[in-house]
Design a protein around this ligand. Structure first.
Ligand code: SF4
Length: 137
């Protein structure tokens, strides 16, 4: 699909990609090579970690209005995070990231999104709606 964007905070399901690893200080270390998640790997990660989204960040196709985070034609997640943290002195950061060309958050908020991105751990419960949509695609 033309102009299709990528969700940078998706869940661990077949068809997703692993965007990065959450380290001990809860910061994301971004992958430098694409790691696609197939059915076996998704199962292994769930078996080992229970909630792999707490240990890794996953990307997948942005399903826009098919996701419950979609509000007023945008992904509400990054807008809420920026608004809640804009008083904090967080340094500019544009990490090497494999999905910047299509990233939904970067498309909406530019480099400001990248500044906060590495501190974001996906709430897999919040993303259940997206899960169901993706599994049905
Ligand atoms: S917000 Fe920036 S760092 Fe985060 S996934 Fe998107 S392009 Fe990459």
């Amino acid at each position: 699909m033309k102009d299709q964007k990528t969700c940078p905070s998706s869940i661990c399901i077949p068809g997703a990609s692993m965007l990065g690893v959450v380290d001990n200080s809860e910061e994301v270390i971004f992958n430098t090579v694409e790691v696609k998640i197939d059915k076996d790997m998704a199962q292994e990660l769930h078996d080992e970690f229970g909630e792999p989204e707490k240990h890794f960040r996953f990307s997948n196709t942005c399903v826009e209005s098919g996701c419950k985070q979609w509000k007023s034609g945008q992904c509400s997640v990054i807008n809420i995070i920026i608004k809640a943290n804009e008083q904090q002195d967080i340094p500019e950061d544009l990490p090497d990231c494999l999905i910047r060309d299509t990233c939904r958050w970067f498309f909406q908020r530019g480099a400001e999104a990248c500044k906060y991105c590495k501190y974001i751990v996906t709430d897999s419960i919040e993303n259940q709606a997206q899960n169901q949509i993706n599994e049905n695609q």
